[in-house]
Design a protein around this ligand. Structure first.
Ligand SMILES: Nc1ncnc2c1ncn2[C@@H]1O[C@H](COP(=O)(O)OP(=O)(O)OP(=O)(O)O)[C@@H](O)[C@H]1O
Length: 235
């Protein structure tokens, strides 16, 4: 049974096609990247998988089931961009909300918040948080739910080296512990470090790409998106 299977996906915003007969099949747990320039459809793809958007046609199945709200609630944890938090709330409010909704033990919440260094600021209001603090909270919420499929939208944005190391380790660990992480990011070096496989969104399709390091991934990116000749130069 596939963890995630997308078949014949067609989606457009008004007249703008984002996916045309796109396919994707993930059968093994691990960390998978989604790469594409701004405005190509990475967030749209995650929103379609999470059932926030509905395709014009095609099917999306998670663990062999259509992505109804009940299926998504059971099998998916979606960390949307950190901008979605309400600034008047405290990190603690969000942690409690998800803890109650998913019946998560206090021990599990504590283990995740400690691992991600959220305990130091969880009692403060979100408006006082830096970008890195919001990213840590976002990931803590996504992880404590313990769903088999994690969708992460730009979890590596705006992080200092320490935060980046914590989040990088956490994502790699998830992939090794039988979870599947689908991660949209522009950070090609980081993607190369944490992913087992990546996909580019090109020509309204989801194409698998193989690479072994960030430089190769950057070359692939140029090949698909910049139309620039490869001069062999790296900066
Ligand atoms: N609600 C909407 N209504 C109309 N068009 C939209 C809507 N949301 C997104 N779009 C358009 O769909 C396209 C894909 O958007 P999406 O946010 O999925 O891109 P992205 O690859 O995640 O971009 P970024 O890297 O900037 O986050 C963009 O051209 C965007 O303008």
């Amino acid at each position: 049974m596939a963890i995630l299977e997308i078949k014949g996906l067609n989606f457009q915003f008004r007249k703008k096609p984002i996916f045309m007969d796109a396919q994707l099949m993930l059968t093994q747990p691990g960390v998978y990247g989604i790469v594409a320039p701004n405005g190509t459809g990475k967030s749209t793809m995650l929103n379609l998988i999470a059932g926030i958007l509905r395709p014009q046609s095609g099917t999306i199945q998670i663990m062999g089931k259509t992505n109804t709200p009940a299926t998504v609630f059971t099998y998916v944890s979606y960390a949307q961009s950190a901008e979605h938090f309400l600034s008047v709330m405290k990190g603690q409010d969000y942690l409690e909300l998800f803890q109650k909704a998913h019946h998560i033990s206090a021990e599990r919440v504590g283990a995740v918040t400690t691992r991600l260094g959220v305990d130091a600021f969880r009692q403060e209001r979100i408006r006082t948080y830096s970008m890195g603090m919001k990213q840590r909270l976002t990931l803590a919420i996504a992880l404590m739910v313990d769903a088999p499929l994690l969708l992460l939208d730009e979890p590596l944005n705006g992080l200092d080296p320490d935060s980046l190391a914590v989040i990088r380790r956490t994502i790699i660990q998830e992939g090794k512990s039988q979870h599947t992480v689908l991660l949209a990011s522009h950070n090609l070096d980081e993607l190369a470090r944490v992913t087992d496989q990546s996909f580019v969104l090109t020509d309204q399709q989801i194409q698998p790409v193989t690479f072994t390091n960030g430089i190769e991934l950057e070359k692939l990116y140029r090949h698909y998106f910049s139309g620039l000749e490869d001069t062999g130069e790296t900066v």
